[in-house]
Each structure stands twice: as structure tokens, then as C-alpha cells.
Design a protein around this ligand. Structure first.
Ligand SMILES: O=c1[nH]cnc2c1ncn2[C@H]1C[C@H](O)[C@@H](COP(=O)(O)OP(=O)(O)O)O1
Length: 347
């Protein structure tokens, strides 16, 4: 998570080493990603100006520019970056602040946000994201593999998907902030992965899935530069995933500090309604839950109907948890019915 480039890893695990031998890190080469895509529950309309299934009214003066921008985004090759910049400079001032990264983005009735005004769910193309000089950038990756392992000898696990428990108690993907003045998105992500997982990865541009304006973490953060999160996926072999899990607790410099542990996402459902539903009811950092859900569908790791069911159960689990928390808080505040606290036993 921090930018120090220290690694005290053990020897190579046989996938080739991408860092200095003295670092002795495990390393994984790039993999060619051939992932299927399809229309899904969480359509992101990547690279388009459409605002999804519930379009909001668009100010008339913006529509001409928006159409031109849409065309530029739709054809990301051949000078589109400069074209997007040129077009954005001709946008009304309120629209320009969106692209320049400052979070002052109210328009008209004040209810629209940069992401909802003319971008679907805050989604933006890679070129547009890179053109945002005033934005901060963070990259995260979902590492996953297929598996034949059976839980309790009968429940197929099907896929291993890695996330991590962060220092702040939230679930997220490995990765972190990237400094675009010093490194590319992928190089920065590789640096973060080395720190957090103790493994050198070569993440490629073709592993990039989407870029998105992050939701504001608090009202107080409304004046700070906007954060764009870039999301990647990387399919690996099961042995490589196991090696990552081992390195993450043995050689990663961030282990026990910024990263409290790697976790596998349970994709199955137990008879009692646990598994994926329980996992989804936990707290996630930023838009990590959305990234997970979208990717599970996009890669066909979970069927849409299974996911719907898990989400419905998840809401019930959360409602129950809210009740428990409210009751616990009432007990703590009222200091009634608390378990009797006795001095430590001395034996
Ligand atoms: O998994 C994630 N998905 C989307 N956004 C994320 C995720 N993890 C963190 N974030 C957001 C919120 C954080 O403030 C920034 C930076 O990420 P982080 O991993 O905390 O960065 P450092 O390791 O401290 O560089 O991105």
C-alpha cells in the first residue's frame, strides 16, 4: 500500500522472476486474457455517454458536446485523447470541472453529479481517465482461477476469487494509488501487488476492465481531487493462486499492517443461505462490491439468478445485523443487560 519497494520474498516458485534476484520475489508473467463479455445485470455502458436504464434529463446545451465526446470515446484509436481534450475544453464550465477532476459538479438544480450527468454510473473510458490530470488514480485487480475442489466433499467451489481484509476492516481488492507522473497504471499496480502480495506481477493493459469515478467517501472529501479507480482481472492457475496466498502471509511487506489477510470469496450457497450471500453483506471499500458483482457476472463465475438470490438473502442478513447492532448499542449506551464484567482471573 505504501510506495516503498522492499520485498523480502523467498525463492521463485517456478513462474519466472520479474524483479532483481536480490529481492528474491515470486513472480508471475502476464497471461493472455480471453474473457467473455455479455450484457448483464450491472451494465456499465463502458466508453459511452448513455446514462443507463434511468436516464436523467440532460441540459440541452451539453448534448452537442456530449454526442461529439461519445463519438470520440467510441473510437479510442487515432488521436482520440487530444480530441476528447479539445472537445472537453469547449464544454460549459461545469462540465469541464468534471473532467479536470475537481469535485464541483452541480448543474442546474444541483442534483446531478459528474458521474450521473453524462456518464453511466461514473464510468469513463481509459483514455478519458488518463486525460484527467487533476484526478488521483488507484488500480486494483481481481485474481481468480478455476478449481475442481469440493467443499465438505460435495459442494463445488468452482472458482477461487481473491480479495483482502484491509487495515480499515473493509474488504477490497489488492492494489492501490498510482502516481501517473512516475509510472504507468499497470506498473503502479504491479508495484502495489509486490508490496501487498509479495509477488511480482506483470499486469497488462489488456487486463484492464474499466475505469470509474469513485464515490465520495464523505461530505468532507467533496473538495479534494476526484479519485478514479481502474479495475483489472487476471486469470491464473490454481497453483499460482495458492502461491499468492502463501506469499501474502510469508513475504509480503504489507502483511499484518495495511493488509490483514487474503480472503477467498465464497461463490457457493449453503443450505442455510450462507456463502456468497453472507459475504456480500459485509462492508466493502469504495466501489469494490460493485466491481466484484459486475465481474462475477461478466466472467460467468456466478449465474445471474444465483446472484439475484444471494443479493436478496444478503439484504435480509444485513437487516438482521442492523437489528443486532442497534440492540448492542442500546445495551452499551444504557449499560444494562451487559454481561457482568469481572476482574481478570488470576488462577
Ligand atoms: O478494491 C477496491 N476497489 C475500488 N476502490 C478501492 C479498492 N480498494 C481501495 N479502493 C479505493 C479507496 C482508497 O482510498 C483508494 C486507494 O486504495 P488503497 O488500496 O487504499 O491504496 P494504497 O494501498 O494506500 O496506496 O482506492
Amino acid at each position: 500500500m505504501k510506495s516503498s519497494f522492499c520485498c523480502n520474498c523467498s525463492g521463485s516458485l517456478g513462474f519466472g522472476c520479474l524483479v532483481q534476484p536480490r529481492l528474491g520475489s515470486t513472480a508471475f508473467p502476464p497471461t493472455k486474457r480471453k474473457e467473455q463479455t455479455d450484457p448483464d445485470l450491472f451494465s456499465t455502458n463502458r466508453g459511452q455517454l448513455s446514462r443507463g436504464r434511468n436516464p436523467e434529463p440532460r441540459p440541452a446545451e451539453a448534448s452537442h458536446h456530449s454526442q461529439a465526446l461519445a463519438t470520440a470515446r467510441a473510437r479510442p484509436e487515432a488521436g482520440s485523447l487530444s480530441r476528447i481534450r479539445r472537445l472537453s475544453s469547449s464544454l460549459p464550465a461545469t462540465f469541464r470541472t468534471c473532467l479536470s477532476g475537481r469535485r464541483k459538479h452541480t448543474y442546474g438544480d444541483g442534483n446531478h453529479s459528474c458521474s450521473s450527468l453524462y456518464m453511466a454510473s461514473g464510468q469513463l473510458s481509459r483514455a478519458e481517465a488518463l486525460a484527467c490530470s487533476g484526478c488521483r488514480h488507484a488500480c486494483h485487480v481481481m485474481l481468480y482461477c478455476d478449481t475442481n475442489t469440493l467443499l465438505f466433499g460435495s459442494i463445488p467451489i468452482r472458482h477461487i476469487v481473491l480479495m483482502q481484509m484491509r487495515f480499515d476492516g473493509l474488504l477490497g481488492f489488492p492494489g492501490g494509488f498510482v502516481n501517473l507522473s512516475e509510472e504507468s497504471l499497470e506498473a503502479g499496480l504491479g508495484r502495489e501487488l509486490l508490496e501487498e502480495l509479495g509477488v511480482a506481477f506483470q499486469i497488462l493493459e489488456e487486463d484492464h476492465v474499466d475505469s470509474c469515478f469513485a464515490p465520495a467517501s464523505s461530505p468532507a472529501s467533496s473538495t479534494s481531487p476526484r479519485l478514479i479507480t481502474h479495475f483489472y482481472t487476471k486469470k491464473m492457475e490454481e497453483g499460482q493462486i495458492r502461491a499468492v496466498e502463501t506469499a501474502a502471509v510469508t513475504t509480503a511487506t504489507d502483511h499484518g499492517q495495511e493488509v490483514l489477510g487474503m480472503v477467498r470469496v465464497p461463490l457457493h450457497s449453503t443450505k442455510g443461505g450462507g456463502g456468497l450471500a453472507s459475504f456480500l453483506s459485509h462492508s466493502f471499500v469504495g466501489n469494490a462490491r460493485f466491481q466484484l458483482l459486475h465481474t462475477l457476472l461478466r466472467l460467468h463465475l456466478v449465474a445471474p439468478e444465483e446472484l439475484r438470490e444471494a443479493l436478496a438473502r444478503s439484504l435480509k442478513i444485513q437487516a438482521r445485523a442492523s437489528e443486532e447492532l442497534r440492540a448492542a448499542l442500546a445495551r452499551v449506551e444504557g449499560k444494562t443487560n451487559l454481561p457482568h464484567h469481572s476482574p481478570a482471573h488470576t488462577g
